[in-house]
Each structure stands twice: as C-alpha cells, then as structure tokens.
Write a protein that binds this ligand. Structure first.
Ligand SMILES: CC(C)(COP(=O)(O)OP(=O)(O)OC[C@H]1O[C@@H](n2cnc3c(N)ncnc32)[C@H](O)[C@@H]1OP(=O)(O)O)[C@@H](O)C(=O)NCCC(=O)NCCS
Length: 144
C-alpha cells in the first residue's frame, strides 16, 4: 500500500528525476530549485509525493492565485500505475485547495499527451474548448 505526504524541498532532486524520466512532462526554468522553493512556500501543504516501501513513486504540485487552483506535474512511475496513486494525489490537492476556499482548479496538458487527456477526462475533468491560453515571456527566454 502507498502513503502520501506533503512534498518538501528535500524531495526536489528525486521529483525532478521522476519528471525527467517521464514522457509528457516538460521541465522549464520555472522548475529550478529556487522557483520550486518559492512555489512550495507560497502554497504550503498543497504539493504531495507518494511512497511505497521508501520509494518515491509519484508526485503532484498544486497551488492557487487566491481565486483558482492550478495543478501540475502529476506523475506516477510506470510500474506503480493503476493502483489509485494518482487519484489519491489529486484528491489531496483538491482537498487542500478546498480548505482555503478554492473550488475550481485548472491544469495544462500538451495536446500530444493523449494518455493524459484520456486520464483527465476519465476523472471528470472538463476539456475547455471555449478558451485559448495566451502566454507572454518578458525575458524573451523560451524556456522560462
Ligand atoms: C496519468 C497518471 C498520473 C495516472 O496515474 P495512476 O496512478 O496510474 O492513476 P490511478 O491508478 O490513480 O487511476 C485513477 C483512475 O484513472 C484511470 N486511469 C488511469 N490511467 C488512465 C489512462 N491512461 N487513461 C484513462 N484512464 C486512466 C484508472 O482506471 C482509474 O479509474 P477509476 O478511478 O475509475 O478506477 C500516470 O499514467 C502517469 O504518470 N502518466 C505519465 C505522466 C502524465 O502524463 N501525467 C499527466 C500530465 S498532465
């Protein structure tokens, strides 16, 4: 059986390794240790890791802007999938957001990540066809 606990900065190296090894997850400069420390400090107790027998086998990060929640970097190591770990991780995020009055959460999925699309839709997340996301990078750094 797996256990879930809040992610801390001590998990950073392991979590980044998991992300690097998982197709469909993109890493940006915004995933640096410094940015992750800021994110965790701004959104305490809203990012989680899953462990089985001391192995960190899944993670998710979430936070909010005071109005809407945002969820990112959900992943479960392939050999640990299909046992409810992602469902439990996402549940913890939604519960922690709800605890501070945030009842709606958004997330981004690459259009090429069809497995993720199937997953989110199977879990009742609604694909938004009515909005386009626009992004602007002031630094001009494409990997910001
Ligand atoms: C998507 C992912 C996190 C699912 O992890 P998981 O631990 O296997 O998922 P769970 O076991 O919690 O599954 C929960 C539910 O989703 C369903 N599900 C899981 N993977 C699915 C998939 N690829 N397609 C459709 N449904 C899926 C399960 O059947 C289960 O449904 P149920 O609650 O009705 O029984 C995992 O496949 C993964 O890490 N993928 C690569 C990373 C990725 O793409 N992440 C999303 C980026 S936005």
């Amino acid at each position: 059986m797996f256990s879930i606990r809040a992610m801390t900065l001590d998990d950073y190296d392991t979590v980044i390794e998991l992300m690097r090894a998982t197709p469909g997850i993109s890493l940006r400069d915004a995933d640096s240790r410094e940015s992750t420390a800021r994110y965790l400090a701004r959104n305490p107790g809203m990012s989680f890791v899953a462990e089985i027998g001391g192995v960190l086998c899944g993670c998710v990060m979430s936070g909010h802007d005071g109005r809407r929640g945002y969820l990112q970097h959900l992943l479960v190591l392939s050999e640990y999938r299909r046992q409810g770990i992602a469902k439990a991780l996402v549940g913890r995020c939604l519960t922690s957001l709800e605890a501070v009055g945030i009842h709606k959460c958004h997330l981004d999925v690459f259009k090429t990540n069809l497995a993720a699309a199937r997953y989110w839709q199977s879990q009742g997340w609604q694909l938004r066809a009515d909005i386009d996301r626009y992004s602007f990078t002031r630094s001009g750094n494409d990997n910001a």
